[in-house]
Design a protein around this ligand. Structure first.
Ligand SMILES: [Zn+2]
Length: 333
């Protein structure tokens, strides 16, 4: 099974002035994990032309980021830009495009190991009712989805970052060719991603939200994956899957209350092994990078889909039941 990482040291040049959880060290930590797997042979991306940013963002927002990133500043209380941000952003889009193009040429997992992250960035910045951009600048996964949609006619985006991919959902809200399944912790930043958010006019049923209970574990996530994600994958039959890959739900990451382990990430990877994957790096700040990221890759590459017996919590059962009830109009579960 093919595997490549698309990475540029320029991704380290988007950097905070003082301590910030979203910092270049995250990539160095991910690289160490890949080296331990013997899978560190990065491919250099090329930057996209600036106009490509406009496929998923407004001109005003793109200009704002360009102007503000001339020097270090905060766009909002969470999200900074720095002199390296602009160049890193164009390369991150380039890496996301390359991941899609390579995956369509030869089936495998193609990891766009990029910064700054993207899934909270909507068309013109903050998406829906989010108070901030949540460390994100331009939406790399949405761009990957756009490229895949152009090349294959439709695409499935799966976002398992601990936070809702509100930017991605907003960008494709009215697009029925982009199915977006999002698992995340409910009632935390960015305060969206509820069961009843199903897509706009003509795209109803293409946005599937699984707002998982606080303290959810592998059992809850694997249950939701089996009951919702796998049936949608089987019915939608995408030629390629874009993953918004965040590892901040790993036990010990401490940004959320989620308590995931290698088991969920390896299982998720293994169930996707029949599909070409463009994996776009999102969150994950500590132990999730050491353990969750390699588990997902190993799961995909080993391709062993074994049955995992699970005992989900009452709250997880209820969430999944609610999602099934709402989406039974469009999907069979
Ligand atoms: Zn996150």
């Amino acid at each position: 099974m093919a595997f490549s990482v698309i990475y540029s040291p320029v991704f380290l040049e988007h950097r905070p002035e003082n301590y910030h959880p979203e910092n270049p060290g995250r990539l160095l930590r991910a690289i160490k994990a890949l080296q331990r797997l013997g899978l560190w042979k990065p491919i250099e991306p090329s930057p996209v032309p600036e106009e490509e940013l406009l496929t998923v963002h407004t001109e005003d927002y793109v200009e704002l980021v360009r102007e503000r990133s001339i020097k270090f500043s905060y766009l909002d209380p969470d999200t900074y830009v720095s002199p390296g941000t602009w160049e890193a952003s164009l390369l991150a889009f380039g890496a996301s495009r390359t991941a899609v193009e390579m995956a369509l040429k030869r089936k495998g997992l193609y990891l766009a190991l990029v910064r700054p992250p993207g899934h909270h960035a909507g068309r013109s910045g903050r998406a829906f009712n989010a108070p901030t951009l949540g460390f994100c600048i331009f939406n790399n996964a949405a761009y990957a989805a756009k490229v895949a949609e152009e090349l294959t006619g439709k695409v499935l985006v799966i976002d398992f970052d601990a936070h809702h991919g509100n930017g991605t959902q907003e960008i494709f809200w009215n697009d029925n060719k982009v199915v977006h399944v999002d698992l995340h912790e409910r009632d935390i930043y960015p305060w969206s991603g509820y069961e009843y958010e199903v897509g706009g006019n003509g795209a109803e049923g293409t946005k599937i939200n699984l707002p998982m209970p606080h303290y959810a574990r592998d059992d809850d996530y694997i249950y939701a994956w089996n009951e919702i994600v796998l049936p949608i994958l089987a019915q939608f039959k995408p030629k390629l899957v874009v993953i918004s890959a965040g590892f901040d739900g790993f036990l010990g990451e401490n940004l959320t209350t989620l308590r995931l382990s290698e088991l969920f990430f390896a299982y998720a990877g293994s169930t996707l092994s029949r599909y070409p994957l463009a994996v776009v790096f999102e969150g994950g700040y500590s132990v999730g990078l050491d353990k969750g990221l390699p588990a997902f890759i190993r799961g995909y590459l080993s391709g062993e889909i074994r049955e995992v017996p699970v005992s989900p919590s009452y709250e997880a059962l209820r969430t999944v039941a609610r999602v099934k009830e709402i989406h039974s109009e469009w999907w069979e579960f």
